[in-house]
Design a protein around this ligand. Structure first.
Ligand code: NAD
Length: 251
């Protein structure tokens, strides 16, 4: 027998899957056999490109638009997935934003936006997914937190708070759902070359590189294997874990 893939027959939702890390995760999960639901908030065309790439390679995928910070949109989006596929096995809470500002100058709305998207969003999505997962007595939730949630960073108090909060949520949901066969883990990326980090000045980048033992920014391909690992049926004895993929920046 040839070619049975580990995620065959499984349905995976990846929030913010149209670009950057989310896009890489979508492609990886599809390669492992999952049907991938690519969530986007604004750019359907980016999500459609990911779908195109997956289907061209022989995989299955569908795009779905919702804002993770809107509980109503999230519930509606997950209902659509259930109507279409009747199952949700994997949720990757990847969508996130960073609005850097020193605390003294941080606008209230920018603080709130980061907490809403980066922390409330994963909660709304997890809440919507676990109903189905609990019934199936199987599920894999992977939260994309950040090394900044572990270390803190000047100018990123809101972002760091949201990502540290996500670590607390990961551990709480892991305890809440373990007896139902649902695992909840987090990956904490270091600095990964995507549009989110593209705006860093050369000077800041050089200072950062001095602190990274592996002396380079990470690539999306450095990260997706770690995320995929937690989604596999064989990772069922790991829950509430926080896996750093940061080039050694934080140990
Ligand atoms: P990115 O900006 O390239 O991608 C973020 C994605 O999230 C985009 O597709 C965007 O449309 C989507 N998104 C934003 N707000 C949304 C919302 N309200 N609803 C639905 N989707 C929304 O960033 P990235 O670098 O690919 O980051 C992905 C995740 O990884 C984020 O959670 C980020 O905080 C985290 N992260 C990134 C780095 C890094 O160095 N790039 C490091 C640590 C953690």
């Amino acid at each position: 027998m040839c070619c049975a893939k580990p995620l065959n027959e499984q349905v995976a939702i990846v929030t913010g899957g149209g670009r950057g890390i989310g896009r890489g995760i979508c492609l990886k999960l599809a390669e492992l056999g999952a049907t991938v639901i690519v969530n986007y908030s604004r750019s359907q065309s980016a999500a459609d490109e990911v779908i195109q790439q997956i289907t061209t390679a022989g995989g299955k995928a569908m795009a779905i638009g919702f804002d993770v910070a809107s509980p109503d949109q999230v519930d509606e989006g997950f209902k659509k997935v259930m109507d279409e596929f009747k199952r949700i096995d994997i949720l990757v809470n990847n969508a996130g934003i960073a609005i850097d500002s020193l605390a003294m100058r941080m606008k209230t709305e920018d603080w709130q936006k980061q907490i809403e998207v980066n922390l409330s969003g994963p909660f709304y999505c997890s809440r919507a997914a676990i109903k189905t997962m609990i019934k199936a007595r199987y599920g894999r939730i992977v939260n994309i937190s950040s090394v900044i949630g572990e270390m803190g960073n000047a100018g990123q108090s809101a972002y760091a708070s949201s990502k540290a909060g996500l670590i607390g949520m990961t551990k709480s949901l892991a305890k809440e759902l373990a007896s139902r066969g649902v695992t909840v883990n987090a990956v904490t990326p270091g600095f990964i070359a995507t549009e989110m980090t593209a705006t860093m000045t050369e000077d800041n980048k050089n200072k950062l590189l001095e602190q990274i033992p592996l002396a380079r920014l990470g690539e999306v391909s450095d990260l997706v294997e770690a995320v995929a690992f937690f989604t596999l049926p064989g990772a069922g004895y790991m829950t509430g874990q926080i896996l750093g993929v940061n080039g050694g920046l934080h140990m």
